[in-house]
Write a protein that binds this ligand. Structure first.
Ligand code: PLP
Ligand code: COI
Length: 355
């Protein structure tokens, strides 16, 4: 693939203190863009200075949400090299989202090539502070200037990069999660399994109300009966019940998380009991009352492994493992981050070096 490169005339100052990056607030010097035109396919790959986009105010994505995105990270190892974690899984998932939103397929190799070239240009932006990484946000938008409701015929694929620290201000300290029983995020047959802006728009109201009560995110229940646990705003959820890892099965309404999949593979490789099934919130409350709810944690690229310290369901507040990170969450966190940052061997073939 031919990628045109236009270098930024002035390079930005890199963050002086890499321990205070926050999440998704700082952007690098360049971005990758490629266009799609019906009949022509993907074309005009380019790496250009990071900056505002020019879009028609009638662009389809602005009105009807025909948009998909991904979230991944580039990690700097102690030896200075840079690596990615299962990046092709992200581009496969992007295509699954594309399929649901009637956006044309983007060949995984093309997306990977664009990302690798951009990372070579921006490699100095990958932070080396503990827990910091370069967050990668690929996305596709429909740009046709048209107010009728139909799939677009012109799209833009863009990758932007953001040096970031922990997603939650609390870092590895347990987060407080509110079980949402008023609003729903997704239903089976809907778009819950895709990464599209609309799912996040649907989640804002619940999240906003939870924030006002001092909770950092909500735990969504199924959209039909509001009985079964689904996932959290930006992560999948796992419970350790009586020593067994239990997580909601994938049945169309939750995101098939790449961290989720990796954690399940990891725990199986350790010989742990793992089950993917429907779990009612009542079952969780009962396990808690019986002293069998050992640990709860979320999994996600941005969130990594986030222990849950409080789970509020109606009037019931469950304090999990004394609001401390539990031994299983800690072991998973250490192993996942160890592999991601190249500090321990990767027996699974998950990491991909950026050369
Ligand atoms: N669920 C939602 C709604 C998310 O936004 C994310 C983050 O991407 C996840 C789960 C975790 O997915 P992954 O582990 O692939 O980052
Ligand atoms: C990620 O973990 O990559 C996410 O996309 C979460 C997010 C919506 C910030």
């Amino acid at each position: 693939m031919d990628i045109r490169f236009e270098k930024a005339s002035v390079l930005k100052q890199k963050p002086a203190d890499e321990t205070k990056l926050g999440f998704g607030q700082i952007f690098t010097d360049h971005m990758f863009i490629m266009d799609y035109t019906e009949g022509q396919g993907w074309h005009d790959a380019r790496i250009i200075p990071y900056g505002d986009l020019t879009l028609s105010p009638a662009a389809l994505c602005l009105h009807y949400g025909q948009e998909v995105f991904e979230g991944m990270k580039a990690y700097r190892r102690k030896d200075g090299e840079i690596q990615l974690f299962r990046p092709t899984e992200n581009f496969k998932r992007l295509n699954s989202s594309n399929e649901r939103l009637v956006i044309p397929e983007l060949p995984v190799e093309m997306a990977m090539e664009g990302l690798m070239e951009l990372l070579k240009v921006e490699k100095d932006w990958v932070p080396s502070a503990d827990g910091a990484s370069l967050y990668i946000r690929p996305f596709i938008i429909a740009v046709d200037p048209f107010l009728g409701v139909r799939p677009g015929s012109e799209y833009r694929f863009i990758i932007i990069l953001s040096p970031s620290g922990a997603y939650y201000a609390s870092g590895l300290n347990p987060v407080k999660i509110y079980v949402e029983s008023k609003y729903v995020r997704a239903v089976r047959g809907g778009m819950g399994y895709t990464k599209t802006g609309g799912n996040y728009a649907a989640s804002l109201k619940g999240q906003d109300e939870a924030h006002k009560e001092g909770y950092s995110q909500v735990l969504w229940l199924d959209g039909v009966e509001q009985k079964y646990v689904e996932e959290v705003g930006a992560m999948n959820i796992m419970f350790v019940i009586d020593g067994e890892i239990v997580t909601p099965e994938l049945q169309g309404s939750i995101l098939p998380g790449i961290t989720r999949k990796s954690v399940l593979e990891l725990c199986k490789s350790w010989g742990m009991k793992v089950s993917e099934r429907r779990i009612s919130i009542e079952e969780i409350a009962k396990a808690y009352d019986e002293g069998k709810l050992n640990e709860v944690f979320g999994t996600g690229t941005a969130a990594v492994i986030s222990p849950v310290g409080h789970l509020k369901y109606g009037d019931k507040v469950m304090t999990i493992n004394n609001n401390e990170i539990g031994p299983i969450s800690q072991k998973i966190y250490d192993t996942m981050t160890g592999i991601q940052w190249g500090e321990i061997a990767d027996p699974f073939g998950w990491v991909v070096p950026v050369e």
